[in-house]
Write a protein that binds this ligand. Structure first.
Ligand SMILES: *[C@@H]1O[C@H](CO)[C@@H](O)[C@H](O)[C@H]1NC(C)=O
Ligand SMILES: *[C@@H]1O[C@H](CO)[C@@H](O)[C@H](O)[C@H]1NC(C)=O
Ligand SMILES: *[C@@H]1O[C@H](CO)[C@@H](O)[C@H](O)[C@H]1NC(C)=O
Ligand SMILES: *[C@@H]1O[C@H](CO)[C@@H](O)[C@H](O)[C@H]1NC(C)=O
Ligand SMILES: *[C@@H]1O[C@H](CO)[C@@H](O)[C@H](O)[C@H]1NC(C)=O
Length: 389
């Protein structure tokens, strides 16, 4: 049970961390898919980079979600007429093309058939041509002849964009895998899915960009001198923007990833629901991200300010769901909860065995007269069971 809870907690933490990473990678499609997230390329999207499920839940249609997955294509896989005639060794397949999403491993089987009784040949390769972080590993499925191996390929990350050389980050790059001591090899062609293919979603002079830019992957690429989310600003009339003034910390996203920076001030994004707003110097606050009670924001008894409920008078609690009003706790004897309980959030919590809305009922109590009869008899008449005590 505890292990299961820990596991669920871990899953929750991981998915939370992933959402945060996606939110922070929201400035471009390339950055987003490199963080392992999905991108929404609808011009109307207000959340662009998230998990596929999250994008769906925010109204991004499936055809607008870009989230390429890795693939394996076997280009050449001849079975060879008779290995004994031509080569002393047959590799199957001979050529494979791989599209890799960084961090996701792709695997395929490799068969090595020997014509004669050679010892088990060990595959060797030269990885000097591929970017750092690409790993090729082999695991044995069956030994003997033919020998069956599982080839796994994984790229740790996308190659960094080096400023000067316009180096290509997606490849393809080729690797030859050759069993030691032989000349036949398997050719691997590796392409990294590190850049978005937005050729399908280009729109020049788009109205979504105030006719001053091209929509690429759902985002405006503004023509000089225009800028802004919708290319609505003309750089000729506005002094340079001071982007760092729009960051909460040195590496924080500009305007918390929820707005654009105009002359050092954040212009926060609008939400589909006009009642929902981002605010704060860095758009770090919102008025819709607070505790709920009975499905209502701040229990319907307060307003949401930057993640905390500010409760109306006579309400307290993190979700403004606790009333400070005590009239409902007042018993007929003008005592709160009949003096037999405490009044919390407008309700009596009675000390047992007392019950009822104001703790006036006590069905399990012994009859009061009977309870005190012996004492009264003693006091009044100095007789009865308690006369000596
Ligand atoms: C290549 O073809 C053989 C049959 O000749 C098949 O068993 C094997 O799975 C194929 N390899 C791949 C990687 O598709
Ligand atoms: C690997 O390939 C590179 C470039 O083709 C070559 O310069 C290098 O000598 C090769 N290394 C080995 C160990 O074969
Ligand atoms: C990227 O580099 C690979 C090998 O270095 C080359 O084969 C390929 O054509 C290049 N692609 C582009 C788009 O320049
Ligand atoms: C990009 O996507 C288009 C279709 O939207 C496709 O025709 C094209 O081949 C793709 N290009 C690459 C490099 O994947
Ligand atoms: C108020 O809401 C919190 C969180 O939803 C809950 O734990 C608590 O029991 C609620 N209190 C009352 C009095 O309803």
């Amino acid at each position: 049970m505890v292990v299961k809870l820990l596991f669920l907690w871990l899953l929750f933490c991981l998915s939370w961390a992933q959402e945060q990473r996606c939110l922070q990678s929201a400035s471009s499609c390339d950055e987003c898919i490199q963080a392992g997230c999905a991108w929404c390329n609808s011009p109307q999207a207000h959340i662009r980079c998230a998990t596929t499920e999250k994008l769906r839940s925010t109204g991004c249609h499936g055809r607008h979600i870009y989230n390429p997955s890795g693939s394996i294509q076997v280009v050449k896989n001849d079975s060879g007429a008779d290995p004994a005639d031509a080569e002393p060794l047959l590799l199957q397949p001979q050529e494979v093309s791989l599209h890799l999403r960084p961090g996701v491993r792709e695997s395929f089987p490799l068969t090595i058939s020997k014509a004669t009784d050679h010892p088990t040949p060990e595959p060797i390769m030269n990885l000097s041509n591929v970017p750092a972080g690409v790993q090729v590993t082999f695991s044995s499925i069956t030994k003997g002849n033919p020998q069956l191996l599982q080839v796994s390929v994984e790229a740790a990350q996308c190659p960094r964009k080096s400023g000067a050389s316009n180096q290509n980050r997606t490849g393809p790059w080729s690797i030859l895998i050759t069993p030691r001591g032989f000349s036949v090899s398997l050719k691997l062609e590796i392409t990294l899915l590190c850049e978005c293919n937005c050729t399908g979603s280009h729109e020049e002079n788009s109205p979504a960009c105030s006719h001053h830019g091209t929509v690429v992957c759902g985002q405006c690429e503004c023509y000089v001198p225009y800028f802004g989310k919708q290319c609505q600003m003309n750089g000729d009339f506005i002094s340079p923007q001071y982007e760092d003034l729009c960051r909460m910390g040195p590496n924080a996203p500009v305007c918390s990833g929820r707005g654009i920076c105009v002359e050092g001030f954040c212009e926060c994004n609008r939400r589909a629901d006009p009642n929902e707003m981002y605010s704060g110097r860095y758009c770090e606050c919102s008025n819709f991200d607070c505790p709920h009670h009975n499905n209502r924001l701040c229990g319907g008894n307060g307003r949401c300010a930057c993640g905390r409920c500010v409760c109306n008078s006579e309400w307290i609690g993190s979700a403004c769901n606790c009333s400070t009003e005590t009239a409902s706790c007042m018993a007929k004897n003008q005592m709160l909860c009949n003096g037999r309980g405490v009044c919390e959030c407008g309700k009596c919590h009675c000390m047992p065995p007392h019950v009822g809305a104001t703790c006036e009922e006590c069905p399990d109590c012994v009859d009061v007269c009977q309870d005190h009869a012996a004492c009264m008899e003693c006091r009044a008449f100095r007789t009865g069971a308690k006369k000596d005590t």
